[in-house]
Design a protein around this ligand. Structure first.
Ligand SMILES: [Zn+2]
Length: 184
């Protein structure tokens, strides 16, 4: 690879047991980190969950997933969650709490850290797929085998975890007060 600062060629550089790329001219080290992402488990008043079918040009095309995406620079994870649900399903459904945090290491090389939020939807807007989602729907989770094929095993885990907590009456979510800090 070439340096993002000066364009010179980079070379292998081992630091703390991790192999990185360092610029041969300016010495800039190119750190690689997982991408910060959000996913949202949106549940309606019937207890159904919101899933979207992925566009053929996305990774894992034609499979279904929870609304999810990258957190943009300058955006809080809660704003990202609100935006992704709006973009992918056309509805406004603020998050109520954190249900899980997942590290994903996908076989296409993408590493992500996903804050998974729970959102109880109380509106009656019509679903409207958008962004890289071509179809959206509400799905019963009474029988997991009736769900459409899921793109991410992490989503399956999250849905199962939610279902189990509901059945056991042990819903544990981290609430969101003070979770977005501006300034210092
Ligand atoms: Zn450089």
């Amino acid at each position: 690879m070439f340096c993002i600062r000066c364009g010179a060629e980079c070379e292998d550089y081992e630091e703390g047991g991790v192999l990185r790329q360092r610029c041969s001219r300016c010495g800039h080290i190119h750190y690689q980190n997982p991408y910060p992402c959000i996913a949202v488990l949106v549940v309606n008043e019937q207890g159904e969950i919101l899933l979207g079918k992925r566009h053929k040009k996305s990774i894992y095309p034609g499979k279904w997933c929870l609304p999810c995406g990258y957190i943009e620079y300058g955006e809080t994870y809660l704003e990202a969650a609100l935006r992704e649900v709006k973009e992918e399903a056309g509805i406004t459904s603020p998050a109520d709490g954190i249900i899980n945090v997942v590290s994903n290491q996908f076989d296409n090389g993408v590493n992500s850290l996903v804050v998974v939020l729970l959102s109880h939807y109380r509106g009656n807007e019509t679903l409207k797929p958008g962004d890289d989602i071509i179809e959206t729907g509400w799905f019963s989770i009474e029988n997991m085998s009736t769900l459409p094929p899921l793109a991410f095993s992490a989503d399956e885990f999250i849905i199962t975890k939610y279902k189990n907590m509901l059945a056991e009456g042990s819903m544990t979510i981290l609430t969101l007060e003070g979770n977005s800090v501006y300034g210092h």
